[in-house]
Design a protein around this ligand. Structure first.
Ligand code: ZN
Length: 881
């Protein structure tokens, strides 16, 4: 384990390298415990660099067995290994030279899953962010671009498949029982995009003809026998390639594109040039084993990694502070792709739900950081929803401010200007300034100021003057290291809905900039006055969630209902229903904590049921409307002194009240939304299943009876329905015989399919209430669990800590103590996994004092441990600050 701590990397310290890497030639002689890596790199001194500057290469836990300069062994006094660096002195001033480093690796013992490791007998690599330095000494930074040639030597029997980036340029036998393959990638790339895979894998093949008529071979490698489950991923890949040509004009640039699914992976997937490596969870799917959500995720992640080929690979990041340059932009691109493939409004609703439940809590807690951070201790801890999701929202706002056409011109300029280079956020923004001739200086604060802005709204209608004025005030809350904030440029899509349900024509406006349907809030406080408004309108604000902000605007139930029924923006309708639900929930929490029974506003329930029964609305939308704000949304709304038990009961009470009132509607939906046609994973079919399953949830609340859920479970012919029915059983009737039988039947049926058993773990880990912890502990003893596999750990321990608020934050603090022990244990093997699990405690200060005290003790226990990884130490320290 790495023990060096305390080093802080800052953006201000960025300096180009003293030498320029031209090409690198790697040879791997693969062996589980003794892999020999020979790296020959050609460098020359950067013009202008000091003539006596040493070459300083990065390394991490390396065993170097040989070091040559231009083929000759380097004298011991010419270099130094410092633990994290190899420093070589006395190198030529002008001519290029070649450094040859030989290292020995033990991939079978690499439990961190960074660098070269083995997953189920398959050799694979993960180099982002700083994994290449665990393979050889190198300039392991994104601004050092080199041309790679890779030779792989391995056993013929165990490694019939040998892959690396680019195109295969040779394959042949190599002595007794071995063979080799050579790969050449003509596109200069940083080390984090290097990849190698070798093993015994099955393959699914297809082809894609690009817009200029070139044929590209497509290959998806999976474990033998799983080939049929890669069909959907292949389809999603072809659609992604086509979409990127149509919408962004981007063509693929090699003769072959490969995806490999591995079962041990710290993240979702990785965009290595020409050779994407995926967590198998995001490749494998069929109706029997994957839910509609799995299909949607696979489609999105296949697209995301493919889109990185231009936004990330052809144009990469200058340094890791610019991570959002590739991630925020690429998430924006995959969101747009999914919106085009599915229902745009429903896609937007799910995005915003995700943003609010993941990114908003991060931005409101001790781990808050700007989209473009300026300092870090461990870059792995910055693959956050702020960098990804908020980064995407910032890109979306540029598109909103500039308009579709100008945004497209800006993207074209970006691709043209920076192709083949390592760029910064400033470079990116400059492209949009140049095409629009707009100053985006104030807008750029979105990259630099952390925290979710809060916009307070009040409106006034002057009937005599026929004027409607909108007063807005923005506050960006303080975040760690940033006490005071400057006002942001907040683009707010809006509409004025008249009493007859029509939208008011906008005539004149004073007080600020309004372009078409976007109101630009740029001052701390600003009043916009609209003239010629014939009757008092209802303001529909932040349509489509055009800005990632909180809005404080108290509308009457009638006004919100007006939006919920008449808004032409479906997202705004959903948002209005959501805004009606939140006070119901907070009111119920208050009542419960006073010892009273909660009561609910019938007008809200009526509005919700009207949406549920409205056949003009697509089923997926209706399911989203009925899903209610989550427990974490409720906790955020309450803000401080949260009691997760009261939040849980409040939400269950509201579900119950809705179920009882709407029993007929739900029974009808349960019937009519079922289909006898063969399963199809498309969005429309998925929407029907979602609505039917939502109806099942409400019915089982109304009837307080597991029978219907059990029947649904027995009859289900797809994983979406099956796992939903099991969830209803396990969450609402945890102690019933029906549940016990169903859980057992599910596990037996999917024995030997770990990805499906992950659902079984997750469903049980999210059963609410204080018993959850014991359930999780006993499931960890199950032979079906494997503490060494990140997917298993996340499914059981991660789901418990992130998604079971009442169970995890139980009143006696046992959940936090459990997590601390798990984090300490996992940290000895896989620091990245451990630190990510620990972030589940990021909202601890929002808990009531007793629970918060227990949380703090658990964090302090971790923090006081002597042998922590940099990853976990960084998170623990920040959470306690
Ligand atoms: Zn990405």
């Amino acid at each position: 384990m790495r023990t060096e701590t305390g080093q802080v990397f800052t953006l201000a310290d960025y300096k180009p390298t003293d030498f320029i890497l031209e090409r690198i030639d790697l040879t791997f002689e693969l062996h589980p415990l003794e892999t020999k890596v020979t790296a020959r790199s050609l460098f020359h001194r950067r013009p202008g660099a000091a003539t006596d500057a040493p070459l300083i290469l990065d390394g991490d836990e390396l065993v170097m067995t040989s070091l040559l300069l231009d083929g000759i062994e380097l004298a011991r006094d010419r270099y130094e290994e410092t633990g994290r660096h190899l420093v070589i002195d006395g190198l030529p001033e002008e001519i290029a030279f070649e450094i040859t480093v030989e290292t020995m690796l033990a991939p079978a013992n690499n439990t961190q899953l960074m660098g070269l490791y083995r997953s189920n007998g398959v050799y694979c690599t993960q180099c982002e962010a700083e994994g290449f330095r665990r393979i050889t000494y190198a300039y392991d930074r994104p601004d050092a671009l080199g041309v790679y040639t890779v030779h792989i030597i391995a056993d013929k029997a165990t490694c019939p498949v040998m892959l690396s980036n680019g195109n295969c340029i040779g394959k042949a036998g190599y002595g007794e029982g071995k063979h080799f393959a050579s790969w050449f990638d003509p596109h200069p790339k940083p080390s984090y995009l290097f990849a190698l895979v070798a093993g015994d894998l099955g393959v699914v093949e297809d082809t894609f003809t690009t817009m200029s008529g070139r044929e590209v071979a497509l290959k998806i490698y999976v474990e033998h026998g799983k080939e049929p489950r890669a069909a959907y991923a292949m389809d999603a890949l072809k659609r992604s390639m086509h979409w990127d040509e149509e919408v962004f004009g981007r063509e693929y640039d090699l003769d072959i594109f490969m995806i490999v699914a591995v079962s041990d992976f710290n993240m979702g997937a990785m965009e290595n040039k020409g050779l994407n490596i995926f967590n198998d969870k995001y490749v494998l799917a069929d109706p029997e084993t994957a839910t509609d959500a799995d299909f949607a995720n696979i489609e999105a992640i296949i697209a995301h990694e493919y889109f990185h080929n231009w936004t990330g690979n052809r144009i990469t990041c200058r340094d890791w502070f610019q991570l959002c340059l590739k991630e925020g932009l690429t998430v924006y691109r995959d969101h747009e792709f999914s919106a085009d493939q599915r229902s745009r409004a429903v896609k937007r609703i799910t995005e915003v739900r995700h943003l609010k439940s993941e990114q908003f809590p991060e931005d409101a807690g001790p781990l808050a950081h700007p989209v473009r951070p300026t300092r870090y201790k461990e870059i792995n801890n910055f693959y956050t929803s702020t960098v990804y999701e908020k980064g995407s929202e910032v890109t979306r706002m540029i598109a909103t401010i500039l308009g579709r056409e100008t945004f497209k011109q800006g993207m074209d300029l970006y691709f043209e200007r920076h192709d083949g280079k390592a760029a910064t956020i400033e470079d990116f923004v400059k492209c949009f300034e140049d095409v629009s001739e707009r100053d985006l200086g104030q807008f750029s604060r979105w990259y630099h100021q952390a925290g979710t802005p809060l916009v307070s709204v009040s409106t006034e209608y002057d009937a005599d003057q026929q004027e409607f004025s909108v007063s807005l005030e923005q506050i960006v809350p303080p975040t760690p290291g940033q006490a005071r904030k400057e006002p942001m440029h907040i683009p707010l899509k809006f509409g004025l809905i008249l009493p007859n349900g029509n939208e008011a024509e906008l005539d004149g406006v004073t007080g600020g900039d309004v372009t078409e349907d976007v109101l630009h809030l740029t001052e701390r406080s600003q009043t916009f006055t609209f003239t010629n408004i014939p009757a008092r309108p209802v303001l529909s604000l932040n349509r489509g969630f055009s800005a990632p902000i909180n809005v404080d605007y108290t509308l009457t139930t009638e006004d919100l209902t007006q939006i919920a029924v008449h808004d032409r923006d479906l997202f705004a309708r959903w948002q209005a229903l959501n805004s009606l639900a939140l006070p119901e929930l907070t009111g119920a929490v208050k009542a419960l904590r006073k010892g009273d029974a909660p009561t609910f506003n019938p007008a809200f329930i009526a509005a919700l049921l009207a949406a549920a029964a409205d056949e003009d609305l697509e089923p997926a939308f209706r399911a989203q409307a009925l899903a209610l704000p989550s427990e974490s949304d409720l906790a955020r709304e309450i803000g401080a002194n949260n009691d997760p038990d009261a939040n849980l009961v409040a939400r269950l009470s509201l579900l119950n009240a809705i179920g009882l009132t709407g029993r007929k509607i739900f029974a009808n939906l349960f019937e009519t939304m079922s289909s006898s046609a063969p399963f199809k994973p498309d969005a429309a079919s998925a929407g029907k299943r979602a609505l039917r399953n939502t109806a099942l949830t409400y019915l089982s609340f109304a009837d307080n009876d597991p029978t219907l859920a059990r029947e649904t479970f027995d009859k289900a012919d797809n994983m979406t329905d099956l796992s939903h029915a099991l969830t209803v059983l396990a969450h609402h009737y945890p102690d019933s015989a029906e549940t016990a039988e169903a859980l057992e039947a599910f596990a037996k049926r999917f024995e030997g399919n770990p990805l499906v058993l992950d659902k079984w773990f997750a469903i049980q880990a999210t059963t609410p209430g204080p018993d959850a912890l014991d359930r999780v502990k006993s499931l960890m003893e199950s032979p079906r669990f494997n503490a060494g596999n990140p997917n298993r750990v996340r499914a059981l321990i991660g789901t418990f800590a992130f998604s079971n608020l009442s169970g995890f934050a139980r009143a006696d603090g046992a959940g936090f103590a459990f997590l601390a022990d798990q984090v300490l244990d996992i940290d000895t093997r896989n620091p990245q996994l451990a630190s990510r699990l620990l972030t589940s405690m990021r909202s601890w200060r929002m808990l009531e004092p007793q629970r918060a005290e227990y949380a703090k003790r658990a964090l302090a226990k971790i923090d006081s441990s002597a042998s922590l990884s940099v990853d976990v130490r960084d998170i623990a320290e920040r959470m306690l600050q």
